[in-house]
Structure formats: structure tokens, C-alpha cells
Design a protein around this ligand. Structure first.
Ligand code: PMP
Length: 442
């Protein structure tokens, strides 16, 4: 039978989803799966949360759309206030879009416009520095600042390549050093790149606080983000945190940068923002950026039809209300400790898990052929497929990271269940994962 909806991959056997309930998704045959990765770290409140559905339905009955070029709505203002309340420092200005790629594009454009407003046209500060082995979205612009070769290869050359430095990856240090003797060469690489290009040409530096889909939850050393902040300040460059995956409570803090008390100039976020109940993303910007526009040209030269649309706004407002009332971020921190400890134990007992890493409820692990030498399996993704299928048989969905195809590391995975997970459910997840890994090893 011809399928009109063409799949992302013709090689994948997709599961047929029927309905969701809390942490679980049921397929059409009635089999129950624990959503161990919240889709791709999106469904932070689990599936079919009654409070969110009711809030969205209420808005649907009132007003489904009003074009942002003409209308402001109370619901969008309420959603923005709820988001800003959780953001650090003077990140008080929210702009909603429809997803993560749009959020990153918005951040990149805002950074450029800021310098034009401040310094005049021809300010020259147009370059964005990114990092290799990172992911910022699927559009040509966001791919240009990210470094996952697996995703970029088919589309090269991109409109304008941005310069890149290596990401943090202590398990396989790019500089062949060990932490802390390394002195964080990975952070110093930013300064070196700035000096090579010339700070007068650079508007922003963008990075994921914890590298997600290309690397499997790689956490940087604690000094890394404060060092990035200091370097960006010294050279008058805006620091953009891509918190599309790490934001909205995922790592056990409101935003991941809170772990290091760093206030970026712009946070781009999405996924958990409306927790899968509406397609939503957004940026949160510091006051001086928006003041520059207000006192300058007077208009942000950017926009999409669905900016701040009432349906997405209703979902965001309800999600943030629910998170506050039910102390969801605190739960993520608490359950994250349990999950992390359990994953590390599984890692120690496994012949193929080379490293387990993460924070809050964003965990990753990397499988290798040889734990001592860290040598990956020869055929990239073959091990990932075996592990993923074995877990699916156990009724557990995990997230094989995609950037590994051409990377230097082993196959890696993310575990990131809904933030409302309970202690018995953490145990259930770990039992299923252990069984899946054991099956894959044999
Ligand atoms: N940035 C990061 C860090 C992401 O993880 C993602 C999605 N995986 C994106 C940007 C792009 O988001 P979207 O898929 O919603 O466009």
C-alpha cells in the first residue's frame, strides 16, 4: 500500500503509536512502552496531562489565532511572564516561536541586530562562533553554526560557514589532555578563535550547556561556562545558550546555566517549554538588548506567523503553572540523582558501556567495543540499533543520538524520562534498560 506520509528514514521500522498515558505510550496492538526519553526530551509532563489539556481547550474555545503583526493577547503575556520568572538575571524579555530551530535563528538574528542598533549599520559584528559536534537545528542557518557532520554533509556548502571550536568532551578530549590538568583548553579555544578572527567582526558565540543529540548528554567541567561568560564579556561578544533541550527544568534547575550561576545574553529554548502539548519555542533576552532596539530602529526585524500564537501560549502558561505548583523541577533533581546512580551501576556492570554522564533528568551513555581503550565499534550505529531494538523489546524507548555517525566517539544514547517520573518508575526504567543492555550484549 502506498504511504502518502513519507518517513524520515526508509530504513527504520517505526512503532505505530495509538495513545499516551503518563509516562507511557501504547502502540496499536496495545503494547505499553515506557517513554524513557520523553520523545527527544520534550514530554516533560508525560502524556495526556489533564490540566494542560483543559487549559489548551479553554483557549481553543475562546480564540485560536490572532496575527502578531496586529494583536497582543493576555495569554501570550501570561506565558511570557511565567517563562521570564524562571530565567536567571535580567533575562526578562521573551519572544515565542514554533520550535527549537526557529528559536536559535531568532537568537542569531537578535545578536546581529543588537550591534547594528548599538554601533550603527556596518557595525561589522556579524560572525557567530559555534562548536564542532553540536546541534542547533535543522534549518540552513542553524546548521551553519553547528558542527554535526552527519547532519550537514548532504547540504554543504551552507550559506555561510561559521567558525567553530571543539566542544567539551572529557571522555575523549580533543586536546588529548586530562581534566583538570588540561587547564580547560576547550574554553581557551574560544579566546584563540576570537583573536584569529578579530572581535570587531564577532556578534555571538553559541553553545549547548550540555551537548545533547549529537553526543549523548556530555556535561562540561564546572569552570567551563563561567569562563565562556568571562571571555565573551572581555571581547564584547554576546553569549547564547542553546537550552532547547536542557531548559525548562530538564537538568534539575530551571535552566542548565543555573548550575554554574551564569547569565547568558540570550537563551534559546523549546521542547519542554510546552512539553509537547503545542509546537513551541522561544528566546529569552537580557534587557539591554531589547532596550537597544526600543531606543534605536524601534522594531525587531524578524517574525513568523505563529509568534506567540494563543494556542501555544496557553500550553506554555499551563505547563509553567503546573511545574511550579507540583514542584516538577525539584522532582527532576531528586529523581535525577536516583536515575544517575542506577545508570552508573548498570554502566559498571556492562562490558560495552564506556561512560555514563548527565545532570538532573538528562543522562547519556556511550557504548564501545573496548572499555579500556575506548575503541568504538567498527560499524557506526550498528551497536546503537541493537541496543535500541533490545530496549524496545523490553518496552522501553531510549534516544540514540544521531551525530555519532561521523563523529570520533562510540554510539551514544540519551535517557531523559518525563520530569514527573516517580521513584518506582525510575526503578522500572532501570530494570528494563538493564535487561535491554544484557540482551544486546549477548
Ligand atoms: N537545539 C538543540 C540543542 C536541540 O536539541 C534541538 C532539537 N533536537 C534544536 C535546537 C532544534 O529544535 P527543533 O527540532 O524544535 O527545531
Amino acid at each position: 500500500m502506498h504511504q502518502y506520509l513519507f518517513p524520515r528514514s526508509f530504513k527504520t521500522n517505526y512503532l505505530e503509536a495509538d495513545y499516551g498515558d503518563g509516562l507511557y505510550i501504547y502502540d496499536k496492538a496495545g503494547k505499553k512502552y515506557l517513554d524513557g526519553c520523553s520523545g527527544a526530551l520534550i514530554s516533560n509532563l508525560g502524556h495526556r496531562n489533564k490540566d494542560i489539556i483543559a487549559a489548551v481547550e479553554k483557549q481553543f474555545a475562546k480564540l485560536e489565532f490572532a496575527h502578531p503583526s496586529r494583536w497582543r493577547t493576555d495569554i501570550a503575556e501570561e506565558a511570557a511572564a511565567a517563562v521570564a520568572e524562571t530565567a536567571p538575571g535580567d533575562l526578562d524579555n521573551v519572544w515565542f516561536v514554533s520550535g527549537g530551530s526557529e528559536a536559535v535563528e531568532t537568537a542569531l538574528k537578535l545578536a546581529r541586530q543588537y550591534y547594528v542598533e548599538r554601533d550603527g549599520e556596518g557595525s561589522g559584528k556579524h560572525v557567530t562562533i559555534g562548536r564542532w559536534n553540536s546541534y542547533h537545528g535543522s534549518t540552513i542557518g542553524t546548521m551553519a553554526v553547528a558542527g554535526s557532520m552527519a547532519r550537514r554533509r548532504m547540504f554543504l556548502p551552507l550559506f555561510k560557514e561559521s567558525p567553530k571550536i571543539p566542544s567539551t568532551y572529557c571522555y575523549r578530549c580533543h586536546f588529548c589532555k586530562r581534566y583538570p590538568q588540561c587547564g580547560l583548553l576547550c574554553a581557551h579555544a574560544l579566546e584563540e578563535m576570537i583573536q584569529i578572527i578579530g572581535p570587531q567582526y564577532i556578534s555571538s558565540f553559541i553553545a549547548e550547556p550540555i551537548v545533547g543529540s549529537t553526543a549523548g548528554a556530555v556535561v562540561p567541567p564546572d569552570e567551563y561556562w563561567p569562563m565562556l561568560r568571562e571571555i565573551c564579556d572581555r571581547y564584547d561578544i554576546l553569549l547564547i545558550a542553546d537550552e532547547v533541550m536542557t531548559g525548562c527544568g530538564r537538568t534539575g534547575k530551571n535552566f542548565c546555566v543555573d548550575h554554574w550561576n551564569v547569565v547568558p545574553d540570550i537563551i534559546a529554548t523549546a521542547k519542554g517549554m510546552a512539553a509537547g502539548y503545542m509546537p513551541t519555542g522561544g528566546i529569552i533576552a537580557r534587557n539591554h538588548l531589547i532596550e537597544a532596539i526600543k531606543n534605536g530602529s524601534g522594531a525587531f526585524m524578524h517574525g513568523h506567523t505563529y509568534n506567540g500564537n494563543p494556542m501555544s501560549a496557553a500550553a506554555v502558561a499551563a505547563v509553567f503553572r503546573y511545574m511550579k505548583e507540583h514542584k516538577v523541577v525539584e522532582n527532576a533533581a531528586k529523581m535525577g540523582e536516583l536515575l544517575g546512580a542506577g545508570l552508573k551501576k548498570i554502566g559498571e556492570g556492562s562490558a560495552i558501556i564506556g561512560e555514563v554522564r548527565g545532570k538532573g533528568l538528562m543522562w547519556g551513555f556511550e557504548v564501545v567495543k573496548d572499555k579500556a581503550s575506548k575503541e568504538p565499534f567498527e560499524k557506526k550505529l550498528a551497536a546503537a540499533n541493537v541496543v535500541t531494538r533490545a530496549c524496545i523489546e523490553e518496552g522501553l524507548i531510549i534516544y540514540p543520538s544521531s551525530g555519532q555517525i561521523t563523529g570520533t566517539g562510540g554510539d551514544n544514547f540519551m535517557i531523559g524520562p518525563p520530569l514527573v517520573i516517580t521513584e518506582p518508575q525510575v526503578k522500572e526504567l532501570l530494570e528494563k534498560l538493564k535487561a535491554g543492555i544484557e540482551k544486546a550484549e549477548n
